[in-house]
Design a protein around this ligand. Structure first.
Ligand code: NI
Length: 265
């Protein structure tokens, strides 16, 4: 299988932590390898105020890099007074195309759950005020995330991404009905992920996105290694096979979805 057989379609990695220290030694090379692999656009996603500011600086430096700004749920407890104001101040900066990542995480016990809910609510409200899409991280928390999305939907339309989706068909259906996009990362390629691939096959093409979540969760056959945006080709090939389309078709539709969602068209 030719992993780079995307025709002239370019891939959009909608979730990568390019600012993280894992990339300090070779960030230029990582972005060059991504472009060579056909990954022309990368959304660098912040996990806190400093990380979000770093994402904005990277977006200014690299033409194909965009920034998302926010406080990741596991980092809420580390946020200092004034950090949320730093996030708000980044909204409207060039190439800031999304809020996040935000959401809820019951797997790790790094931040009190009520504090995570408070920050998730702030992101949801700011997204609705600014019309910037929000990026949701949920780990063992679908039952807590969905009520907050429903409540936000009562206030107005939702525009957002369920990132690195690992939920059920029912959760996906409800997220879709609330207006969300669904993004798949390397986990969908793992040998034991038959159920997740079954879920991925049900997502309407116009709501589908792809991501690496670099430097985490490298796709099969690179599992366990540092992940990087160039590896998106493996996830795209797997999803195309799962959905019975070509990699080129999957590349075209997911990139068009991302560009529409991030208002780059
Ligand atoms: Ni992430």
């Amino acid at each position: 299988m030719a992993l780079t057989d995307f025709g002239d379609a370019s891939l959009f990695d909608t979730h990568a932590h390019l600012d993280q220290p894992e990339f300090d030694a070779d960030r230029d090379e990582v972005i060059r390898r991504a472009a060579e692999a056909g990954v022309g656009s990368i959304l660098c996603v912040g996990i806190g105020a400093e990380s979000s500011e770093a994402a904005v600086i990277l977006a200014a430096k690299y033409p194909g890099v965009y920034a998302a700004v926010g406080v990741q749920p596991n980092y809420c407890a580390q946020a200092q007074p004034g950090d949320w104001d730093r996030i708000v101040a980044l909204v409207g900066r060039p190439k800031v195309v999304a809020m996040g990542e935000t959401g809820l995480d019951r797997h790790w016990d790094y931040s009190p759950f009520e504090l995570q809910q408070d920050y998730f609510d702030r992101h949801l409200r700011l997204s609705q005020e600014t019309s910037l899409p929000f990026i949701v991280h949920t780990r063992e928390s679908d039952a807590d995330v969905l009520p907050m999305l429903r409540e936000a939907r009562q206030r107005g339309p939702l525009c957002g991404i369920m990132h690195s989706f690992t939920g059920s068909v029912a959760t996906a259906e409800e997220c879709l009905s609330l207006g969300m996009h669904i993004s798949f990362a390397g986990m969908v390629t793992f040998k034991k992920s038959d159920e997740l691939r079954r879920v991925a096959a049900t997502i309407p093409a116009e709501r589908l996105l792809v991501e690496t979540d670099s430097p985490y969760l490298a796709p099969h056959p690179l599992r366990g290694k540092r992940n990087e945006p160039a590896n998106l080709v493996h996830t795209v090939a797997c999803l195309a096979e799962t959905r019975g389309c070509t990699s080129e078709e999957l590349a075209r539709v997911t990139t068009a979805n991302a560009r529409n969602l991030f208002r780059l068209t």
